[in-house]
Design a protein around this ligand. Structure first.
Ligand code: NAP
Length: 474
C-alpha cells in the first residue's frame, strides 16, 4: 500500500500516525496518508510566509514559465495521476461521455496553461495635467486552499494555479477521503518551484478549522459544502481573511415543449449523471413540460438501464461507485423518502449488491417540489423529474431554492431560451447545455452557493488586493 507524505518547505513530512484512504469501488484501503495537525499547519504557513517575498518579487514571465512547467509535469505523469484519481474518487478512467479521470487530469493541464497565461494589467483611471491615477493588483500573501472529494485534482488546480500566478504562496488541504492525487501534484510541483511556495498538509479532523482560524493566512479558497463554508467564514473573521467560497448547488433545468424527447434525453442524462451526479454544477432537478413529460422520462429510464456501472479501472465503465459510504446512505435515504411520498422510480433505485459503494442510476418520475430529493442537493446518481405546464411557474419553482450555482433552459428557440435563462437566479445559466465550464469564463454561485468567482481575469483578481497609485503632476 502506498504511503503518502505531506510536503512542507519542499520537504516530505511525516506525522505521528497515518490514516487509510479507501477505494470506493472495493471498500478497501489502497493508500495511507499522514494524519497532520495544527502544528503542521503552523509549519506550512511559516514556510509559505518565508517564501512569499521572493516568489511575489519574481518577474511575471518567470512565474508564468514555472507554472507552464507544472502543466508539463502533470502531462508527463498523466497515467499515474489518472489511476490515483480513479482509486480515490471512484470516477472511471474514461467515463460517461468521456467525463472521467482522463478528463480531470486533462482539464488540470489545460487550466494550468490557460491560467499561467492570464494577465493582471495596470489600469490607468486618469492621466491629465493634474495627476496620473493607476490601479495596481498585488498578491495577498499566503493563500490556503481547502478542496472537496468529487474532483480532487481539478479543483486543487483551480485554486493553486491562479493563487501562484498572482504571486501568492499556498498551503493546500485536500479532502481526507481523496488526498493522494493532490499530494502527488504538490510533489511534482515542488521539483519545479522554490521551497515553501506550495505546501500540503493532510489530516482527518481539525486541520481545516486550524487553517480557517490561522492568523498567518491571508485568504482561503474553499470548495465544498455550504455548512462547512459557513464555518470557515466564521473562523476566518478573526483576521478578516479574503474568501472565495464555491459551495453546494441544486441546479434546475427546464425543458420547453418544443424539443424532441429522443434527441434531448441523452444530453440531459449526461449532464445529470456524469461522475454519478457528484459534481457541484450537475443537473439536479429537471422540470419537463407536461406535453413531452412521459416521453422524456421513458427515454431517461431507458438510458439509465443501459448505463455500465462498474469499477472505474475496468474498461468501458461509464459510472463508478458513489465516493463514500455516508454519501451512498444519504442518496438511498432521499430515494426512499421520494418513494414514500408518491414518486415513481422508473430506473434504478437500489444499492448494488457486493463490495464497494455502488448505487444504480436512478430516474424518479412524478417528483414534486417539497420532496427532499428535489429540495436538497442529492449529489448522487439520481435525477428527479418534475412536471410543469406553465413556464413562468417552472422558473418560479426553479428559483425557489436556497442554492444558486447553475441552471439551464432546453429549447429549439435559442432566443427565447436565453431570455428565460437570464431569469434564473444562479451564477451560470446555460442554453441547451449544463455544467460546462471553461478556464476563461467566470464561474461561481449566488445565494447560498457561494461567494466570489473562479477562472479567467475575474477569478484571478480574487487572489489580489487593489493598490491605487496617485502621482501628482502639479
Ligand atoms: P465538505 O464536507 O464541506 O468538505 C470539503 C473540505 O472541507 C474537505 O477538505 C474537508 O476536510 C474540509 N472541512 C471539513 N470541515 C471543515 C471545517 N470545519 N473547516 C475547514 N475545512 C473543513 O464537502 P465535500 O463533502 O467534500 O464536497 C461536497 C460538496 O462540495 C457538495 O456540496 C458540492 O456541491 C460542493 N462542491 C461545490 C463546487 C462549486 O464549485 N461550487 C464544486 C465541487 C463541490 P475533511 O475531508 O478532512 O473533512
Amino acid at each position: 500500500m502506498g504511503i503518502f507524505n505531506m510536503i512542507i518547505n519542499g520537504q516530505p513530512v511525516k506525522a505521528e500516525s497515518t490514516f487509510d484512504v479507501i477505494n470506493p469501488a472495493t471498500g478497501e484501503p489502497f493508500a495511507q496518508v499522514q494524519a497532520g495537525n495544527a502544528t503542521h499547519v503552523d509549519a506550512a504557513v511559516a514556510a509559505a510566509r518565508a517564501a512569499f517575498p521572493a516568489w511575489s518579487g519574481l518577474p511575471e514571465a518567470e512565474r508564468k514559465r514555472l507554472l507552464h512547467a507544472i502543466g508539463a509535469a502533470i502531462e508527463a505523469n498523466m497515467a499515474e495521476l489518472m489511476e490515483l484519481v480513479t482509486k480515490e474518487s471512484g470516477k472511471p478512467l474514461g467515463g460517461l461521455n468521456g467525463i472521467g479521470s482522463g478528463m480531470e487530469v486533462g482539464g488540470a493541464i489545460a487550466w494550468t496553461h490557460a491560467t499561467a497565461d492570464l494577465e493582471l494589467p495596470v489600469e490607468v483611471i486618469q492621466d491629465n495635467d493634474d495627476a496620473r491615477v493607476e490601479v495596481h493588483r498585488k498578491p495577498l500573501g499566503v493563500v490556503a486552499s481547502i478542496t472537496p472529494w468529487n474532483w480532487p485534482l481539478m479543483i486543487a488546480i483551480w485554486h493553486v494555479i491562479p493563487a501562484l500566478r498572482a504571486g501568492n504562496t499556498v498551503v493546500v488541504k485536500p479532502a481526507s477521503s481523496t488526498p493522494t492525487a493532490t499530494i502527488r501534484l504538490v510533489e511534482l510541483a515542488n521539483t519545479i518551484l522554490p521551497p515553501g511556495v506550495l505546501n500540503i498538509v493532510t489530516g482527518e479532523s481539525g486541520v481545516g478549522s486550524a487553517i480557517a482560524k490561522h492568523r498567518g493566512i491571508d485568504k482561503i479558497v474553499f470548495t465544498g459544502s455550504t455548512p462547512t463554508g459557513r464555518s470557515i467564514m466564521q473562523n476566518a473573521a478573526a483576521n478578516l481573511k479574503r474568501l472565495t467560497l464555491e459551495l453546494g448547488g441544486n441546479d434546475a433545468g427546464i425543458v420547453l415543449p418544443d424539443v424532441d424527447p429522443k434527441a434531448v434525453a441523452p444530453k440531459l442524462f449526461g449532464v445529470g449523471f456524469h461522475n454519478n451526479g457528484q459534481t457541484c454544477a450537475c443537473l439536479k432537478r429537471l422540470y419537463v413540460h407536461d406535453s413531452i413529460y412521459d416521453d422524456v422520462v421513458a427515454e431517461l429510464a431507458r438510458i439509465a438501464g443501459e448505463t455500465v456501472v462498474d469499477d472505474g479501472l475496468a474498461e468501458g465503465t461509464q459510472l463508478g461507485p458513489v465516493q463514500n459510504k455516508a454519501q451512498l446512505n444519504f442518496v438511498r435515504e432521499l430515494v426512499e423518502d421520494a418513494k414514500e411520498h408518491g414518486a415513481r422510480i422508473v430506473a434504478g433505485g437500489r444499492v448494488k449488491a457486493g463490495a464497494g459503494f455502488f448505487f444504480e442510476p436512478t430516474v424518479i418520475a412524478e417528483a414534486k417540489d417539497g420532496m427532499r430529493v428535489v429540495d436538497e442537493e442529492q449529489f448522487g446518481p439520481v435525477l428527479p423529474v418534475i412536471r410543469y405546464t406553465d413556464v413562468d411557474d417552472a422558473i418560479r419553482r426553479a428559483n425557489d431554492n436556497e442554492n444558486g450555482l447553475g441552471g439551464s433552459i432546453w429549447s429549439n428557440d435559442r432566443a427565447r431560451a436565453a431570455e428565460l435563462a437570464r431569469r434564473l437566479e444562479c451564477g451560470t445559466a446555460w442554453v441547451n447545455e449544463h455544467g460546462a465550464l471553461q478556464p476563461d469564463a467566470p464561474f461561481g454561485g449566488v445565494k447560498q452557493s457561494g461567494l466570489g468567482v473562479e477562472f479567467g481575469r475575474y477569478g484571478l483578481e480574487e487572489y489580489t488586493s487593489i493598490q491605487t497609485l496617485k502621482i501628482m503632476k502639479r
